[in-house]
Design a protein around this ligand. Structure first.
Ligand SMILES: NC(=O)C1=CN([C@@H]2O[C@H](COP(=O)(O)OP(=O)(O)OC[C@H]3O[C@@H](n4cnc5c(N)ncnc54)[C@H](OP(=O)(O)O)[C@@H]3O)[C@@H](O)[C@H]2O)C=CC1
Ligand SMILES: O=C(O)[C@@H]1CCC=N1
Length: 274
């Protein structure tokens, strides 16, 4: 089976690394294309056997599973080039937050699904949300889910929940990194050396994740084990309990509004082209 990646930005690159590092396929089974050629050449310098396609159409011809990893407003240009009619043995896999499956299923003659991956999955950990279009059959679903589960955990859910779940899983790594960096930055303001603070923050984030995973601690157990009764962690947690909720509520609202804006813009630009 050959894998195609259209768009080798952050996410396309993560998928390439994940497929190769988790031994889902060999580099010579992957065909990639990107608007800016230099970006693909960098990937080829790491994986010399990977295939650089001359254009997106070549990826469609060579690959069986084709992951589209461009930004939503670039999608119309991809379909303008490749057309929207694909043979039944190809699976078109959109990583985009818009358009939705109903639109894709009506536009594309062929099999389509949506995934919402996480940048962390090149490590074999992280969450991929999955929703299948109506023409994907059961054996294909199983094969896809088996593959995605080797890149962390795949959750087949209604795409209606992609936004709120995605705030934890796909946007989450950025949000968690921001919050951890904020701890480090404040420590720097209080006089700790910058590289020490950042190193400490990263190591602590990794240790926290491993403890949750390997010892199966719940978040609550983790907090309770750290927060010695009457100690300083408990004092800090009280501040978070008092002040964090409205900030997180604003964050969910902001991602939802941005998603709506992107959906409207992409729908309009698709309608202008098709
Ligand atoms: N980053 C993430 O963690 C996640 C991203 N996604 C989704 O994945 C998609 C990609 O996101 P991300 O990787 O962050 O974005 P990037 O901007 O990093 O990557 C997009 C890539 O698409 C390329 N591209 C644009 N137009 C074309 C075209 N016509 N043909 C071929 N390649 C093209 C761009 O090329 P160029 O080098 O010229 O800019 C760029 O490398 C988005 O739709 C996003 O919503 C979903 C979940 C998580
Ligand atoms: O920021 C974005 O829009 C994409 C989707 C989730 C992560 N990156």
């Amino acid at each position: 089976m050959n894998i195609g990646i259209i768009g080798t930005g952050s996410l396309g690159r993560m998928l390439i690394e994940g497929f190769i590092e988790q031994k889902i396929c060999q580099p010579d089974q992957i065909y990639i294309s990107n608007r800016t050629i230099e970006k693909m050449q960098k990937i080829k310098s790491i994986y010399p056997l990977i295939n650089l396609a001359d254009n997106n159409k070549c990826v469609l011809e060579k690959a069986d599973w084709i992951f589209i990893c461009v930004k939503p407003l670039d999608l119309p240009f991809v379909f303008q080039e490749t057309g929207t009619s694909f043979p039944d043995n190809k699976l078109i896999i959109s990583t985009l937050l818009a358009p939705g499956l109903e639109y894709l299923d009506s536009l594309i003659k062929g099999k389509v699904l949506r995934i919402y991956p996480s940048i962390t999955q090149s490590t074999g950990h992280g969450v991929m949300l999955v929703a299948f279009g109506k023409r994907v059959i059961e054996t294909e679903k199983r094969e896809l889910l088996d593959c995605f589960n080797r890149l962390g955990k795949a959750f087949e859910i209604s795409e209606r929940y992609f936004r709120i779940a995605g705030d934890i899983t796909s946007c989450g790594p950025a949000f968690m990194a921001y919050m951890t960096a904020s701890l480090a930055n404040t420590a720097i303001e209080h006089g700790l050396d910058k590289s020490l603070a950042l190193d400490m923050a990263g190591e602590t984030m990794l240790g926290t994740a491993l403890l949750l995973k390997e010892k199966q601690l719940s978040f609550e157990q983790m907090i309770n084990q750290v927060a010695t009764p009457g100690g300083c962690t408990a004092a800090g947690v009280q501040i978070l309990a008092r002040d964090l909720s409205p900030i997180i509520a604003d964050l969910f609202q902001a991602t939802r509004e941005k998603e709506k804006e992107i959906i409207n813009n992409v729908t309009e630009s698709m309608q202008n082209l098709f």
